[in-house]
Ligand binder design. Structure first.
Ligand SMILES: NC(=O)C1=CN([C@@H]2O[C@H](COP(=O)(O)OP(=O)(O)OC[C@H]3O[C@@H](n4cnc5c(N)ncnc54)[C@H](OP(=O)(O)O)[C@@H]3O)[C@@H](O)[C@H]2O)C=CC1
Ligand SMILES: O=C(O)CCC(=O)C(=O)O
Length: 425
């Protein structure tokens, strides 16, 4: 950046949640090359690496979520959710829960995943012309479930004890396990959270002027999914139907198996609200259908629009990190991680009413897309989508971020020249 250009001042802090592996490698490069040279920004830093979560007994994860409630805007790098193999790899004290689950349970809200469309990148599903935004309920279900191994023959029962009225308490026999037992999972959700999920989904449909679908398996889970379906319908009728009609957009509940088949046949251009686990899985299918996991953005928004957390939808890209650890070159797509930063910056600017901060976030996004679309510089995943396999058709992880920096510098130079020439007139 030229010495004549001053840094963009960000009025209020952004919570930064650092992560693991290749995602962390990209995160640090983005921060060092694309953010800190241009922005005067107070980042409230939380190191959510697996090592630090273990060291702090996962307190760091809760602290980062509480800081997000305080400062309203957070950006998150992908993190490892440990399993047995990770326990051994990092000598962990405990198999810590998913940090995403912990954070989303503290913040509440809905996760909306939207692909970044770069015109020249062909889509795996070629007739998907417009984005499909997946709205994922971010509270409860499998992510807060109690799952147990059942050792042997025996009876499984569940019980609910009402706090005030014993009449409402209930007990159910669930299953008689045969010899050698099996497994069980108990998951839950709350009326408040489901209603918030519905409202956030309807609000986004209105904001984006897109039809909304909500898909569940209510024919099988009559009480569980049926309750979600009924609450959505009630809130739609009472609070949103007239506004949907005025815009000419629709809301419909579909069975999830029918919905995913319809989605594959569609041209895109709608919002699909899904329960927590369904949204997790389907958003990866949508990401791949639009091209690459590296092109999928993810933001968590509370129904009142006050709390915002942005991240890339992909994970820590372990396979690429193994190469990085061995000193081999990598070509990992950093676009969704750059957008995690830019979306957080834009939200901060909007909340603070600082248009120059919003503008910087938009420049960063434009520069990233133009690097691929105009300069024809891209990582291997995108080159492969264009049918190119030669080494010269793609750049390394580091070279791509450097190329975005060059574009960003050009964009800033152009803006400053225009500003100066206007000032001279
Ligand atoms: N939000 C979060 O924090 C999430 C964290 N995770 C965690 O991430 C870790 C790894 O999970 P994993 O299942 O491997 O999922 P990942 O999303 O990290 O990667 C799966 C594969 O998708 C491709 N891919 C993903 N992102 C990119 C990218 N930016 N550029 C190019 N290719 C990409 C790669 O394919 P290829 O190797 O063919 O190039 C990669 O090996 C796990 O520990 C998991 O817990 C997982 C999901 C979300
Ligand atoms: O938190 C996890 O372990 C998985 C999260 C995830 O897959 C996602 O955010 O898409």
């Amino acid at each position: 950046m030229s010495a004549l250009m001053s840094k963009v001042k960000v009025k209020n802090p952004i919570v930064e949640m650092d992560g693991d592996e290749q995602a962390r490698v990209m995160w640090h490069l983005i921060k060092r090359k694309l953010i800190l040279p241009y922005m005067d920004i107070n980042l409230k830093y939380f190191d959510l690496s697996i090592q630090n979560r273990d060291h702090t007994e996962d307190k760091i994860t809760k602290d980062s979520a509480l800081a997000t409630l305080k400062y309203q805007v957070a950006i998150k790098c992908a993190t490892i959710t440990p399993d047995e193999a990770r326990m051994k790899e990092f000598h962990l004290k405990k198999m810590w829960k998913s940090p995403n689950g912990t954070i989303r349970n503290i913040l509440g809200g809905t996760v909306f995943r939207e692909p970044i469309i770069i015109p020249k990148i062909p889509r795996l599903i070629k007739h998907w012309e417009s984005p499909i935004i997946v709205g994922r309920h971010a509270f409860g279900d499998q992510y807060k479930a109690v799952d147990l191994k059942i050792p042997d023959e025996g009876t499984l029962q569940i019980g609910y004890k009402d706090k005030l009225d014993g009449e409402k308490s209930m007990e159910r026999k669930v299953f008689e396990y045969p010899k050698r037992g099996g497994v069980v999972m108990i998951m839950y959700n709350t009326t408040d959270s489901i209603e918030d999920f519905a409202k956030a989904s309807f609000e986004l449909a209105l904001k984006r002027n897109l039809p909304l679908f909500f898909a569940t398996k209510n024919t099988i889970l009559k009480n569980y999914d049926g309750y979600f379906k009924d609450l959505f319908q009630k809130i739609f009728k009472e609070q949103f139907e007239q506004r949907f009609d005025a815009l000419g957009i629709t809301y419909e509940h579909r069975l999830i198996d029918d919905m995913v088949a319809q989605m594959l046949k569609s041209k895109g251009g709608f919002i699909l609200a899904l329960k927590n686990y369904d949204g997790d899985v389907q958003s990866d299918i949508v990401a791949q259908g639009f091209g690459s996991l590296g092109l999928m953005t993810s933001v968590l928004i509370t129904p009142d629009g006050k709390i915002f957390e942005s991240e890339a939808a992909h994970g820590t890209v372990t396979r690429h990190f193994r190469k990085h650890q061995h000193g081999e070159e990598t070509s990992t797509n950093s676009i969704a991680s750059i957008f995690a930063w830019s979306r957080g910056i834009i939200q901060r600017g909007k909340l603070d009413s600082t248009p120059d901060v919003v503008r910087f976030g938009q420049w960063l996004e434009k520069s990233t897309i133009d690097t691929v679309q105009i300069d024809n510089i891209m990582t291997k995943d995108l080159a492969l989508l264009l049918g190119k396999t030669s080494r010269s058709s793609y750049v390394t992880t580091e070279e791509f971020i450097e190329a975005v920096k060059n574009r960003l510098d050009k964009e800033l130079k152009k803006f400053n020249e225009q500003k100066n020439s206007k000032a001279k007139l």
